[in-house]
Design a protein around this ligand. Structure first.
Ligand code: SF4
Length: 242
């Protein structure tokens, strides 16, 4: 059962109402799960959540996964957060020896060869570090939105995450792309410079490209695969709902 306030019907979609609802929901999450954490990809949605948490000093942790294949622009966002809010977010990295062995066996660009090899790479660089980052926590928070792709079409505000065995909150589930950017401009929230170069969704450098006008917001992620397999394992539960 969803307990978070839900603006899904969007009868009043002003930024003020969206923001108030978001802050109430994040406060509620912090009370229900004091050890909950935002898993930030450092993309626009996660920066909105980061701003809500840090500007209100909400007792929620924030961490990111440095896969070792991120754009320089993405890494710059970590520094921008420190400068803006005076706080360092946690950084989790893959096991160096596991990465070395994988690259030795399959090469540096094996993810282009098959979905299986791509998922193996995502697993060692993202899923395994995420498991470590979530260890001991009762819940995690993501910046996923329903309109991002068909794999997120039925995204709930909160759900049992069977993949990681804890609770999961998606407080921006019903936000539109325009809402995210209105918030970023209104509050002057720092964001990844790649968003201004045609990248609405940003992952690792070799697996992300700019999109063309009219393309799906996540069309630039793993563009060589079909759209119903485009989750990296962090949100694998979405695939079962497609
Ligand atoms: S997005 Fe690409 S480089 Fe990054 S972990 Fe997944 S397959 Fe590997």
């Amino acid at each position: 059962m969803t307990i978070l306030a839900d603006n899904t019907l969007r009868q009043d979609s002003s930024l003020e109402i969206l923001w108030q609802t978001l802050c109430v929901n994040l406060t509620d999450i912090a009370q229900r799960y004091p050890n909950a954490a935002l898993a930030s990809s450092l993309a626009a949605e996660d920066m909105v959540l980061t701003h809500a948490i840090l500007s209100r000093s909400l007792p929620l942790a924030i961490f990111t996964l440095d896969t070792g294949r991120l754009h320089t622009e993405t890494l710059d966002v970590i520094e921008a957060i420190t400068q803006r809010y005076g706080q360092r977010i946690e950084i989790w990295k893959p096991e160096a020896e596991v990465v070395r062995a994988h690259v030795q066996a399959h090469g540096t660009h094996a993810f282009y060869e098959s979905v299986a090899l791509r998922k193996a790479c995502c697993n060692m660089r993202k899923v395994e570090p995420l498991k470590r980052a979530l260890q001991g926590r009762g819940a995690w928070i993501t910046g996923q939105r329903r309109e991002q792709s068909i794999t997120r079409d039925h995204l709930p505000l909160e759900e049992d995450d069977a993949v990681f065995g804890l609770y999961k909150f998606n407080p921006l589930a019903y936000w539109r792309h325009e809402d995210v950017w209105e918030a970023i401009r209104y509050f002057g929230i720092p964001y990844n410079a790649l968003h201004d170069k045609g990248y609405p969704s940003i992952g690792c450098e070799p697996c992300t490209r700019a999109i063309k006008p009219g393309e799906d917001l996540r069309a630039g992620r793993w563009w060589w695969e079909s759209s119903d397999s485009k989750e990296c394992g962090l949100h694998a539960g979405n695939l079962e709902k497609v």
